[in-house]
Design a protein around this ligand. Structure first.
Ligand code: MEV
Length: 421
């Protein structure tokens, strides 16, 4: 099957069958991805409240990713056409250039404890910090598995806000190594546990106890280095494309209006994998955009340069608070299958893949936007959705879409007209 046809030319069932034949997926996991043995109503009912149904989205598998020398199949859940194809195209270029290099910080999360009505800020700070080791010890075995795996509390930091609209405030940061979890539960539980002692030491009253989504102690990085020839496209030489990519990247460096869109493209890829693995994509989004704006101005999450040998060098760095255990990741059969497909066994490995996907997505966008534009590629995929919205099914979808693109009129009313004919 794979010798005759490319992966993208197969039907969804054939793609899964191929992955099972290649032992990239077990038959049960293939069933979880197809939806056959996926999220049941019963599991869904335990996941959130007032469940009335389940809502499916397409899951595509991006090809050609090589991260730290390992081939990775990348599951992506997304409603937007072109994202999976773009990621695969860029990953193919990068694979020919040796693949992505990626690394990640230890999975350190920040928890915040807000204290109000503190009588003496300096005395409170001193009292808390002098008991730091003992306080950390009280939460060191809240989660025995976390402890066994080498995680647990690392630090306490005091931040004082002398002036807020409601008076002074002391904010305590608890830093916790959450290993392979996203970490929200571990952090929030630990914060609640230390609250009575912190109140007593500070003389203040505790209010909020919650993790911070600005996970800037849990950064992931990816990079790639590409020979110009690999970037060549149609009428553009590799060197020309490289120059255009640098111009596109420079635009994002200087203009926040562009930087936000540049970063949105990066998050197209990252969010799709975060969603496929059952992780909290709102947490990832919140952290990424805040990190991008940490200087007070939104800057691009990725940077592109030309090195002394004329190669294109790309790098990305962003906070990625995701886990491979706990939450929906554990209970959603599709998320489990997605993690297995990626052969990911730790949160560090997962974020290295995520950073690489983000960089690939950005490379694909900059290369397309700075040359032929994205509308051409988008249009056929968009036309298929329009055709379906107009009621086309089966082979009609492709035929109606192709005719609309040929005629330069991709609209539902036109699709209906074609269908009628
Ligand atoms: C569209 O979803 C994403 C892009 O706008 C990203 C970009 O402009 O870099 C194409």
């Amino acid at each position: 099957m794979s010798e005759k046809k490319k992966f993208y030319e197969l039907t969804p069932a054939e793609r899964l069958a191929l992955l099972v034949a290649q032992e990239a997926l077990s038959p049960a996991d293939a069933g979880a991805l197809s939806g056959e043995n996926g999220l049941t109503e019963e599991i869904a009912d335990h996941m959130i409240e007032n469940v009335a149904g389940r809502f499916a989205l397409p899951l595509g598998i991006a090809q050609h990713f090589v991260v730290n020398g390992q081939k990775v199949l990348v599951p992506m859940v997304i409603e937007e056409p072109s994202v999976v194809a773009a990621a695969s195209n860029a990953a193919k270029i990068v694979a020919a250039a040796g693949g992505f290099r990626a690394e990640a910080d230890d999975p350190r999360m920040i928890g915040q404890l807000q204290l109000v009505d503190v009588p003496d800020m300096d005395a409170a700070e001193q009292a808390i910090l002098s008991r730091k080791a003992a306080i950390l010890e009280t939460v060191s075995d809240l989660d025995p598995i976390l402890k066994k795996l080498g995680g647990g509390p690392l630090d306490l930091q005091v931040r004082v806000f002398p002036q807020t609209p409601v008076g002074p405030m002391l904010i305590l940061h608890l830093i916790l190594d959450v290993r392979d979890a996203m970490g929200a539960n571990a952090i929030n539980t630990a914060l609640e546990k230390i609250t009575p002692e912190i109140e007593q030491l500070s003389g203040g009253q505790a209010r909020l106890r919650i993790l911070s989504n600005l996970a800037d102690q849990r950064l992931a990085r990816a990079s790639c280095r590409i020979a110009p020839d690999l970037l060549a496209m149609k009428i553009w030489s590799g060197a020309e494309v490289l120059q255009r990519i640098l111009e596109a990247a420079a635009f994002a460096e200087v203009d926040p209006y562009r930087a936000v869109t540049h970063n949105k493209g990066i998050m197209n890829g990252i969010d799709a994998v975060v969603l496929a693995t059952g992780n909290d994509w709102r947490a990832v989004e919140a952290g990424a955009h805040a990190w991008a704006a940490r200087s007070g101005v939104v800057r691009p999450l990725s940077h592109w340069t030309r090195d002394a040998e004329g190669y294109l060098c790309g790098e990305i760095e962003l906070p990625l608070a995701v886990g491979t255990v706990g939450g929906a990741t554990r209970v959603h059969p599709g998320a489990q299958a997605a993690l297995k497909l990626m052969q990911v066994t730790s949160s560090k490995q997962l974020v290295q893949n995520l950073a690489s996907v983000g960089l690939a997505q950005n490379l694909a966008a900059l290369r397309a936007l700075s040359t032929e534009g994205i509308q051409k590629g988008h249009m056929m995929l968009h036309a298929r959705q329009v055709a379906m919205a107009a009621g086309a099914t089966g082979a009609q979808v492709e035929a109606v879409a192709a005719q609309m693109v040929r005629e330069g009129a991709v609209r539902v009313d036109h699709a209906k007209e074609i269908l009628k004919q």
